[in-house]
Design a protein around this ligand. Structure first.
Ligand code: FAD
Length: 409
């Protein structure tokens, strides 16, 4: 069977690898233009334990505090575009306790086995930088820790280790660089972290060995569903027919779905990465909880990643928010980070209920979609690939496909 995948981020590459391993003829087409790809700038955490959907109870109250800070971790564009307003309203509706708990359970179930999938990649020879030193969540107050603990209480139910509460001193024993401002913490000791770019390179290399064909183009990419015959992708002078096409183009997936007559709410949630090359004083992945900043020490640089910006100019980097991320670190660490840093920007594909969209594109016969992974696109990439490969190649239905159906909005 021939499968064309649109997108070469973590989702597109995991799909290509899965289909190629199952012996299918795979082509991957991606744009070389700057579309705010999130695949390289993410924090690189493999964290099935962080399954909370973005819309959460209490989010509105918390958000109001963040929104008035120009360097805070959240921004929502005040521009009253109807599409933007309707998305934010839908998101608001999903902050109810019932919907949040349903989403938390669905994402926790989907994350079952996520760590093992990355072990399997390694054992199969996918070459990428993987660390198994866990994730520490640092809090500046017990009260803040308490407001989050319930999300992690049931970790064992989903095959993960129990999350351990720690005092500030216990946190510093594990990560001596943490400052005295850290009063409490959670130790998610079984979670993984990777160097994001290394996973993309590793998967691509493995795909190449399995015979996958890659095209990176700056031409406009067009998609057509020729119902009985094939699905067809064209760009420049190229025309590629195949049995099935999977749209896995991150936040750009919406435009591609529109080309085959389907629309759904998918918006970007912009985030930034700050890389400090040669910085080796932090040795564990740490979440700076009040600041909502993820810290990842890779072999070559220390990465700080954070902020969630809804609306506005997608590709513009806001220096105030970038500085806000750096500033947050000064409160959590006992040493200042160097001035010199490399800044990156990426757009998380967001849905109003904080869950991905995986399945057949309604109204088409040969086009599928896998996007909307929000803050967990790396973590859930292998599971997404397995789910969709099962559906396309064997017609395997599953509870996940119902939860993540493109028709649910
Ligand atoms: C700051 C930040 C921190 C994050 N931290 C984490 C984390 O620690 N752990 C985690 O699991 N997730 C994290 N994420 C989320 C994760 O990065 C995303 O969910 C993930 O990258 C989504 O993968 P994707 O392949 O769908 O999209 P992307 O990674 O955005 O890739 C999109 C791909 O589609 C291609 N494309 C675009 N337009 C077209 C088109 N028209 N036709 C064909 N191809 C096209 C692009 O070239 C690219 O190859 C983070 C995100 C950000 C921004």
């Amino acid at each position: 069977m021939s499968i064309t995948i649109l997108g070469a981020g973590p989702i597109g590459l995991a799909l290509a690898y899965e289909f190629a391993q199952r012996g299918e003829e795979v082509t991957v087409i991606s744009t070389s233009r700057n579309t705010g790809k999130a695949g390289e700038v993410n924090a690189g955490w493999i964290v099935p334990i962080m399954a909370s959907p973005v819309p959460a109870p209490g989010m509105v109250k918390k958000s109001l505090g963040w929104l008035i800070k120009s360097d805070g971790p959240l921004s929502i564009s005040p521009v009253p575009a109807p599409d933007h307003l309707s998305f934010m309203t839908k998101m608001l509706r999903n902050t109810s306790k019932t919907r949040f708990e349903r989403g938390l359970h669905a994402l926790s179930e989907f994350g079952r086995g996520a760590l093992e999938y990355f072990d399997t990649y390694k054992s199969e020879g996918v070459d990428f930088e993987l660390h198994k030193t866990g994730v520490l969540m640092a809090f500046k107050s017990e009260k803040e820790l308490e407001s989050h603990y319930a999300e992690f209480e049931n970790s064992e139910q989903y095959g993960l280790k129990k999350v351990l509460r720690m005092t500030g001193s216990e946190m510093r024993e594990i990560e001596p660089g943490l400052s005295n401002s850290v009063k409490a913490g959670l130790n998610c000791s079984d979670q993984y972290s990777i160097s994001p770019a290394s996973l993309l390179v590793g998967l691509r290399d493995s795909c190449n060995k399995l015979g996958v064909t890659f095209f990176d183009t700056s031409d406009e990419i067009y998609l057509k569903d020729n119902v009985d015959k094939s699905a067809e992708v064209t760009f420049g002078a190229m025309k590629i027919p195949s049995d099935h096409v999977v749209i896995a183009a991150g936040v750009e997936s919406r435009g591609l779905m529109n080309q085959v007559g389907f629309d759904m709410p998918l918006k970007f949630g912009k985030g930034y990465s700050l890389d400090f090359h040669g910085e080796t004083r932090v040795t564990h992945a740490v979440y700076l909880s009040e600041a909502k900043v993820a810290v990842n020490p890779t072999n070559n640089f220390l990465r700080l990643a954070g902020t969630m910006e809804f609306g506005g100019n997608p590709l513009k980097i806001n220096p105030t928010r970038v500085n806000g991320i750096a500033q947050a670190s000064t409160e959590f660490f006992s040493f200042p980070l160097p001035e010199n840093r490399e800044v990156g920007m990426g757009l998380r594909p967001m849905t109003p209920d904080g869950m991905p969209v995986i399945g057949k594109v309604p109204g088409t016969s040969r086009v599928y979609v896998a996007t909307g992974h929000a803050m967990l696109g790396v973590t859930h990439a292998p599971a997404t690939a397995k789910l969709l490969a099962g559906l396309i190649l064997s017609g395997t239905e599953s509870e996940h496909l119902i939860n993540f159906s493109p028709t649910r909005f």
